[in-house]
Design a protein around this ligand. Structure first.
Ligand SMILES: [Zn+2]
Length: 342
């Protein structure tokens, strides 16, 4: 009998991995194609917190990681791990109620981050943020930020909306949180008003449930890219409509980047905690396997399922690295780990 979802958790899956499936995460399956892999969406703290994560990423043939980090952590991570990491800068919003100072301070901070070779900006405009902060993505206070991003030629990664199921169980007040579709107006306005800025919609632009809607967004806004991060959420919804998803990934191969949304936490010693995400993504994009997903998913009805898309080689290449080097203006990373022959 299908298990009813117990509670709503973070879409990135911060719960511990129980390894109910008994998969040996220490030994990744062989990669299907050669070439680098860039994880275009992670959250990484200081080098101590990053150590195990880097070990796992390298084990899974990840050659570069784009991380949301503070300026201080970024400096320390560069010292310790060289060019393995590139960085997103996430501007703070605490001073936003004094618009003139906010503008001046935020633009200065962005300039400084770009000077320190940060490659992109990160924003988090979930319904709860909109409601708590009374601020939407198309707020006039955001426009100087987008303008500056355009001048620097850096993309803006944004968390948009949340899973459908959250709108049924968490964001139940339409007055406070709008409908899910209603959330997209703020993003569309910004995409339209800043055609020179590349916007990246995190987690399949927040709507892996509705590929027709995503296609509309892509068709209406040529400056929109997405990443396939938030492993649980994306795998749940993409697996549910695997055939349509495969077509969607092929049709929009130039617009989708690989990413995990992995977050480093202090004190994590469980290799499988990070590795299970990389394992799931690899099976998901590279194979046609149908199996139980090893990542617990309280939002799924019953056992979480994975249905691989077995993407064509050229689509995989774009997903793995070609799109990321174009969007973040990176050099093609050196492939660190030789793949097994055959
Ligand atoms: Zn994230």
């Amino acid at each position: 009998m299908a298990r009813k979802p117990q509670k709503v958790a973070s879409p990135r899956g911060e719960g511990m991995s129980s390894n109910r499936t008994g998969i040996d995460f220490q030994t990744p399956p062989p990669r299907r194609i050669r070439g680098p892999i860039i994880d275009a969406h992670t959250h990484v703290g200081n080098p101590q917190m990053a150590k195990l994560f880097v070990e796992v990423a390298r084990t899974y043939n990840i050659d570069k990681v784009v991380a949301i980090s503070t300026v201080e952590d970024a400096e320390a991570l560069r010292k310790r791990f060289g060019s393995f990491f590139e960085f997103f800068y996430r501007p703070p919003f605490d001073g936003k109620d004094k618009p003139r100072t906010f503008k001046k301070m935020t633009l200065e901070r962005i300039d400084e981050a770009v000077e320190k070779d940060f490659k992109a900006l990160k924003f988090w405009f979930k319904p709860q943020f909109n409601y708590d902060q009374k601020m939407y993505f198309d707020d006039r206070r955001m426009y100087p930020i987008f303008e500056r991003a355009g001048e620097h030629g850096i993309p803006c990664l944004t968390h948009i909306a949340d899973p459908d199921v959250w709108f049924e169980r968490v964001y139940t007040s339409r007055r406070k949180f709008l409908t899910k579709r209603g959330n997209y107006k703020q993003f569309r306005n910004a995409f339209r008003d800043f055609p020179e800025v590349t916007f990246i919609g995190a987690h399949m632009a927040g709507d892996p449930e509705d590929l027709d809607h995503l296609q509309e967004l892509f068709d209406d806004h040529p400056n929109l890219m997405v990443d396939c991060s938030a492993t649980k959420w994306v795998v749940r919804e993409i697996s549910r409509q695997a055939e349509e998803s495969r077509e969607f990934f092929i049709r929009n191969a130039d617009r989708i980047m690989f990413g995990t949304d992995l977050v480093t936490f202090p004190g994590i010693t469980d290799f499988g905690r990070y590795a299970s995400r990389y394992w799931v993504h690899q099976i998901m994009w590279e194979t046609d396997r149908r199996c139980e997903s090893p990542i617990d998913d309280p939002d799924a009805a019953g056992v979480p399922k994975l249905h691989g898309l077995d993407l064509p080689d050229d689509v995989l290449e774009k997903l793995n690295w070609r799109n990321a080097i174009r969007v973040f203006k990176l050099k093609k990373p050196r492939v660190r780990t030789a793949l097994p022959k055959g």
